[in-house]
Design a protein around this ligand. Structure first.
Ligand SMILES: CC(C)(COP(=O)(O)OP(=O)(O)OC[C@H]1O[C@@H](n2cnc3c(N)ncnc32)[C@H](O)[C@@H]1OP(=O)(O)O)[C@@H](O)C(=O)NCCC(=O)NCCS
Length: 157
């Protein structure tokens, strides 16, 4: 596709505060709620990049690093790390932000979103303009992750 967009153009930062209805029986943020927030944010990043509807094809490398508790501020940052023809890889980093603004990572996930037309058929997405060294490193790692996903699909794993 001729059109290309930068990572910054679709990057999204979202903040939530953990409320009682977000907790599990052990008094921690319910993992499924965090997964919902991650999936929603990744979808919005994908829509911004593709300027179309998107669907989640896969979620991988979803690592829970530490728990979160009532009233914690949860910051999610989503950005495109790699694009194929119709798919986009979006990385979502989640942090707890303390009152003095210090962020501690609690989760990192990579999701693959596919841009679709009105019938749900995959359609081409804009290319990605790489502007920084860390974006370049993510892109190169994204190529490897894509190959691993393909292999897992081929093996039915
Ligand atoms: C995602 C989906 C459209 C792919 O359809 P498909 O017939 O496999 O389409 P294609 O083979 O043309 O693949 C389209 C792209 O998706 C990628 N893809 C397909 N399955 C994938 C998977 N499991 N993980 C990661 N990427 C995947 C392909 O690599 C391809 O990327 P590219 O165009 O950048 O090379 C289809 O599997 C689907 O509709 N799944 C259900 C999605 C859904 O309901 N999600 C939950 C709600 S949002």
């Amino acid at each position: 596709m001729e059109i290309k967009k930068t990572v910054a153009e679709s990057r999204i930062e979202q903040v939530y505060q953990v409320r009682p209805e977000h907790l599990n029986g052990a008094g921690r943020l319910f993992g499924g709620k965090l997964m919902e927030w991650i999936d929603e944010l990744a979808g919005l990043v994908g829509i911004r990049h593709a300027q179309r509807d998107v669907i989640t094809a896969s979620v991988d490398n979803l690592k829970f690093i530490r728990g979160a508790y009532l009233k914690d501020l949860i910051v999610l940052i989503g950005r495109v790390t790699f694009v194929g023809k119709t798919s986009m890889e979006v990385r979502v980093d989640t942090y707890i932000e303390s009152i003095d603004g210090i962020r501690k990572p609690i989760n990192r996930a990579y999701l693959t979103l596919v841009a679709v037309d009105e019938e749900g058929n995959p359609v081409e997405v804009p290319g990605l303009i790489i502007e920084t060294e860390s974006e370049r490193a993510e892109w190169e790692a994204g190529i490897k992750r894509r190959e691993m996903r393909k292999q897992r699909r081929a093996e039915g794993f």
